[in-house]
Ligand binder design. Structure first.
Ligand SMILES: C[S@@+](CC[C@H](N)C(=O)[O-])C[C@H]1O[C@@H](n2cnc3c(N)ncnc32)[C@H](O)[C@@H]1O
Length: 239
């Protein structure tokens, strides 16, 4: 029997029965898809670029964990007018292959691995941009502890995360507003429903309170809320 393909946006066709994966079925149109699915996506990248201009200096080492297509690292390379050592890692082989193929600069290196298998030494700036929500709660703490260990003293980590809200009421009105946001970006109700189904069992969001508890347990010296739009939050952490 022929499988029914569901149109998710103008380019991505996905099979509604399969769980979401960062594989070859999404790689080539990933950037446009995430731009339409995550509120303030481009602005959040720009915010990271602005902060990097103040927090980094010549030869600073930057690690982007869950770098996907490498777009943010490429923006850092292009828009910061001093030399940085830029490294991206991702557990998706297809994402890393795509990044390597499309971004060929000696200053940007890509590796297909998770943080626990990544052997390079310390960094001044670590970015985790919408990667944490894909980890189970036990994995999140281990991941953040490993990130902390990989930071130089005085270094910064930027985490963007999709969270759940503290109360049922907030969760409900934010969900409705988020669905409106996606409809505004030309996703149909069917597409919104199918994406939600595909993400079942894939997303494991914490609340901000749970995230802060982990950041404090790990001993990050300072924790700032950088931005929040519905479920989408960014934090700046200092070691
Ligand atoms: C939503 S995308 C990240 C978007 C990207 N950071 C950006 O700036 O557009 C999540 C990425 O995290 C990767 N990922 C998920 N779990 C990971 C882990 N434990 N370690 C490294 N990468 C991971 C996925 O393969 C995927 O490419």
């Amino acid at each position: 029997m022929e499988k029914k393909l569901i149109k998710l946006d103008n380019k991505i066709n996905i099979n509604s029965k399969k769980q979401w994966k960062f594989d070859s079925s999404v790689v080539s149109t990933f950037d446009s898809h995430i731009n339409k699915s995550v509120p303030n996506y481009a602005d959040s990248h720009n915010l990271i670029l602005s902060l990097a201009k103040d927090l980094l200096s010549e030869k600073s080492k930057v690690l982007d964990i869950g770098c996907s297509t490498g777009t943010l690292l490429y923006k850092l390379y292009k828009e910061i007018n001093f030399d940085l050592d830029l490294v991206g890692i991702d557990i998706s082989k297809d994402m890393i292959n795509f990044a390597k193929k499309n971004i060929k600069h000696t200053k940007i290196k890509f590796f297909n691995c998770g943080l626990s298998k990544f052997k390079q030494s310390k960094f001044d700036f670590i970015i985790s941009f919408y990667t944490l929500q894909f980890m189970h709660s036990t994995e999140k703490k281990e991941f953040l502890v490993d990130s902390y260990k990989k930071l130089n003293n005085g270094g910064h980590m930027i985490v963007f995360d999709k969270v759940t809200e503290e109360t049922g009421w907030e969760q409900k009105i934010f969900q409705s507003a988020y669905d409106d946001f996606k409809r505004h970006n030309e996703f149909s109700n069917e597409e919104i429903y199918n994406k939600t189904e595909k993400l079942r069992g894939v997303l494991h969001p914490n609340s901000r309170k749970e995230n802060y508890k982990i950041f404090k347990e790990i001993n990050f010296k300072s924790i700032f809320l950088l931005s929040k739009n519905l479920f989408f939050e960014g934090y700046l952490l200092k070691k």
